[in-house]
Design a protein around this ligand. Structure first.
Ligand code: C2E
Ligand code: MG
Ligand code: MG
Length: 504
């Protein structure tokens, strides 16, 4: 591009004057267009940023401040209150009971949303002018309010229970909802956010267990809650041992290779690196093989995914340890983490335990989480991702594009990889919409510095086109179907013997 502004010295005396003017004019038009594009880009960026800020701070359904906001506000408030010895505050952690989950599952989503909205309105009323109200989780609110002569502590407790239990009218339905509330008090129970929330949570657990509307924290409650957790753990352990034995007899682990390409030369793929995804198979004694698409959702729903996941993690850790000195040494393995596993703290504890025994493992494990896991509860997701990050584990987003995530939020999460869902690969490159989606995922991945994987790739022409667009990691039948550990070892040995060239 020529530099602007041009001076008279830049003008070529041989040129006729009209031509030079024309040149200048088109240069100006070009610059204006560029300027316009840049302004539009900046506008879009700033809109996205504002939208993200709004979503982080305000719950999309109730419009109330979120957990994120609460984390920022409460320490500031506490600092202020600490200076005034006459201030007494109640921290009320209010959780809707299982009736709400049932309504959400059985009726239209709009009914659940309407109920949430109505409840937040009622709580707003109780919070009043000088209370604070946060929508901390889908079914949970935190209300902070002073108790004084205008509303004493007992009245506050009563009002909470009755307000939420008032029926909700929804197009002819009369829905009644219960709730449990755990209460802690400032300054009696502590001066810090973490202790006040912890004590409110302990009281909430007690209220749920004893089917009480409201429970107020006392030191005794904590002992009882701990005792109950110990008992629960003991029961789980007693059931788990035989269940794990049964699982290991019927479940099998397969591996599907995933290759990152250096280049593509006709039907030869020059491989830069290879890794694999672990996939589970269930060989039922009478039903025969049951595909994961059928049993994983049931296991997820019933909670049985937890012992199954524990078993598969234990298996892969043991196998990886046995790979030293073989063709599979240092091979990176992706494991699928179901939404329930992702939400539970047990997964982090298990990973922590395995990694403390074998820290090297962190380099060989990638956790595949689904897009819905991330966006269902972004705050919880950020916490879990933070834990994985602390443990040195990489995270990949599976089946990307099938959920309702907003792409602009993706960069909020600490991620390493995204896997384009098979549904976009199936019609690629014939379907122009799939091409457009994959093209935009390539640019997002590049911008966020994420590895991009195409899964479900079945044809050689798809590999070439994907590589051409900038997606270099390929998984699918065109490379290999899921296989046993010994076949995976042969696959890697053959690849290395063929100078890392794969024929497709
Ligand atoms: P996923 O994680 O997206 O895994 C990819 C699925 O696509 C696998 O199905 C794989 O066999 C299949 N696939 C790979 N390449 C191709 C291809 O070229 N064409 C076609 N048509 N399919 C291909 P699979 O093994 O049936 O697993 C289905 C899903 O079940 C997985 O989807 C994953 O979400 C879940 N799953 C499997 N194993 C586990 C596990 O150990 N734990 C958990 N939580 N979920 C698992
Ligand atoms: Mg997967
Ligand atoms: Mg997938």
């Amino acid at each position: 591009m020529s530099k602007l502004p041009l001076t008279m010295r830049d003008l070529d005396p041989q040129h006729d004057f009209q031509k030079t003017i024309h040149l200048l004019e088109s240069e100006v038009v070009l610059l204006r267009e560029k300027n316009l594009k840049l302004t539009q880009h900046l506008d879009r960026h700033s809109q996205r940023h504002q939208e993200m800020e709004r979503r982080l701070n305000l719950h999309p359904i109730s419009g109330l401040p979120t957990h994120y906001r609460m984390d920022q506000d409460v320490p500031v408030l506490l600092d202020k209150w600490k200076e005034n010895p006459s201030i007494k505050m109640a921290f009320l952690l209010i959780q809707l009971d299982s009736q709400y989950d049932m309504i959400k599952r059985t009726l239209k989503a709009s009914v659940g949303e309407w109920i949430l909205y109505q409840i937040s309105e009622r709580l707003r009323e109780i919070a009043g002018e000088d209370g604070w109200l946060y929508h901390t989780r889908d079914n949970e609110f935190l209300l902070i309010r002073s108790f004084d002569s205008s509303m004493d502590f007992r009245t506050l407790k009563r009002v909470i229970g009755t307000k939420i239990a008032e029926p909700h009218l929804f197009s002819g339905f009369n829905l009644t909802l219960g709730s449990h509330t755990g209460v802690s008090q400032f300054p009696q129970d502590g001066y810090e956010k973490s202790s006040l929330l912890h004590y409110a949570d302990v009281a909430l657990g007690y209220a749920q267990e004893h089917k009480k509307q409201v429970a107020v924290y006392e030191a005794e409650l904590e002992d009882r809650v701990i005792e109950r957790m110990d008992l629960q753990n003991a029961i789980i352990k007693a059931i788990e041992a035989p269940a794990l034995r049964e699982i290991s007899q019927q479940f099998e682990l397969l591996f599907q290779p995933k290759v990152t390409l250096k280049s593509v030369e006709g039907s030869s793929l020059i491989v830069e690196s290879v890794s694999a995804e672990m996939l589970m198979r269930w060989n039922h004694p009478t039903k025969g093989p049951v595909p994961p698409s059928r049993f994983i959702p049931v296991a997820e729903e019933t909670g049985l995914i937890m012992p199954i996941g524990k078993w598969s993690l234990y298996q892969i850790v043991r196998r990886i340890q046995g790979w030293s000195g073989t063709a599979l040494e240092k091979l990176v393995i992706s494991i699928n983490i179901s939404p329930r596993q992702f939400r539970s703290s047990e997964l982090v504890e298990l990973l922590e335990k395995h990694l403390s025994e074998n820290p090297e493992l962190a380099r060989q494990l990638v956790l595949e989480v689904t897009e819905t896991s991330l966006f269902e509860d972004p705050f919880l997701a950020m916490k879990s991702l933070g834990d994985f990050n602390r443990l040195g584990l990489k995270v990949s987003v599976d089946d990307f594009g099938t959920g309702y995530s907003s792409l602009s939020h993706l960069h909020k999460f600490t991620l390493d990889e995204i896997k384009i869902d098979q549904s976009f690969v199936r019609g690629f490159p014939e379907n122009p919409q799939d091409v457009a989606i994959i093209r935009s995922l390539v640019s997002i991945a590049k911008e966020l510095n994420l590895n991009l994987v195409a899964e479900g790739v079945e044809r050689a022409d798809q590999v070439r086109e994907l590589f051409h667009l900038g997606c270099r990691t390929i998984q699918g039948y065109v490379i290999a179907k899921p296989m046993s550990e010994s076949d995976l070892s042969l696959f890697v040995e053959n690849l290395s013997a063929n100078n890392w060239v794969l024929k497709v």
